[in-house]
Design a protein around this ligand. Structure first.
Ligand SMILES: Nc1ncnc2c1ncn2[C@@H]1O[C@H](COP(=O)(O)OP(=O)(O)OP(=O)(O)O)[C@@H](O)[C@H]1O
Ligand SMILES: [Mg+2]
Length: 278
């Protein structure tokens, strides 16, 4: 695998606070990488180092094989960043903001309506940016990232605070970008989103990686207690080990059978004793 993004032994402290302790990972072309960890675990700090906004104390961070500290304007054009504090011109409409950013990125033709439609903001194109809700701002940031079609896209919690149908639209969009070869670095608190979208994920706790891998492989790795939960029409439920499934009686009384696989949250709790989704 040729790594598009790579960090080696990355460490960063703020005063006495160790924000990152020797973090390593690599992301390949067209991969969606999920970076999961509770609040304060070091996710945004990692993005800030990778995008050259913050210097690490130790270790290396590379994009396109180049140190983040040496990224030239041409490289930055290939990198999209969606985070809470990337700004818009507050008094300008969404349409004008996107037209401005397309000029700024040197993109000659841009279909602003199509982009706004993709993020569910076409009806708001004449609204000024300052009037947007948090969820709308996040979608607008994604719209801006879509203008220059970056090779690498950093998304810091892109769906937090969004309703399920808008989140689904964003998921579709991310999968489309991935299909076009975009590598996506995604931080999220949403376990379902991570399991659904990510090719590879890393669990971060207090600045250290505690586990990483493909979501399904991780779930299987920790699925030691192989069993299903059988729910019956009369409302009672039972746990049935895999090896006893074939001898299950009263099949006509069964309403549903669910697997008892652990979730990413269960795995995180098992590894750290703490919750992921905080
Ligand atoms: N500029 C800074 N000065 C001092 N401490 C900082 C600074 N930036 C981050 N920290 C601290 O470093 C740790 C990691 O912060 P970071 O913002 O990377 O966490 P996060 O995983 O992105 O959290 P969240 O999910 O809440 O966004 C936290 O303890 C935070 O308080
Ligand atoms: Mg953060």
């Amino acid at each position: 695998m040729t790594a598009v993004i790579e960090v080696r032994d990355l460490s960063k402290s703020f005063g006495s606070k160790n924000a990152l302790n020797g973090v390593n990972f690599a992301i390949g072309e067209g991969e969606i990488f999920g970076f999961l960890g509770p609040s304060g675990s070091g996710k945004t700090t990692t993005i800030n180092i990778l995008t050259g906004q913050l210097l690490p104390d130790k270790g290396e961070s590379l994009i396109f094989g180049k140190s983040s500290q040496d990224l030239a304007p041409e490289d930055l054009k290939r990198i999209g960043l969606v985070s809470e504090d990337s700004g818009f011109y507050e008094k300008m409409t969404l349409e004008k903001n996107l037209l401005f950013f397309s000029k700024f990125y040197g993109v000659k033709t841009v279909d602003v309506d199509a982009i706004l439609e993709r993020v569910g903001l076409l009806d708001s194109k004449k609204k000024v940016a300052e009037k947007l809700s948090t969820g709308m701002k996040q979608r607008m940031l994604l719209a801006r990232a879509l203008i220059n079609r970056p090779s690498v896209l950093f998304l810091d919690e892109p769906t937090s605070g969004l309703d399920p149908s808008t989140s689904r639209g964003i998921h579709e969009l991310l999968l489309e970008l991935k299909a076009q070869g975009t590598s996506i670095f995604l931080t999220t608190h949403d376990m379902h989103e991570a399991t659904l979208l990510c090719d590879h994920l890393a669990l971060l706790n207090q600045g250290s990686l505690v586990e990483e891998g493909n979501p399904q492989a991780l779930i299987q790795k920790y699925n030691t207690d192989k069993a299903v939960e059988v729910a019956y029409k009369d409302g009672h439920k039972e746990r049935v080990p895999f090896e006893e499934l074939s001898s299950l009686g009263h099949v006509e009384e069964i309403l549903t059978i669910h697997s008892c696989e652990p979730t990413l949250e269960d795995i995180f709790i098992q590894l750290t004793g703490g919750k992921l989704n905080v």
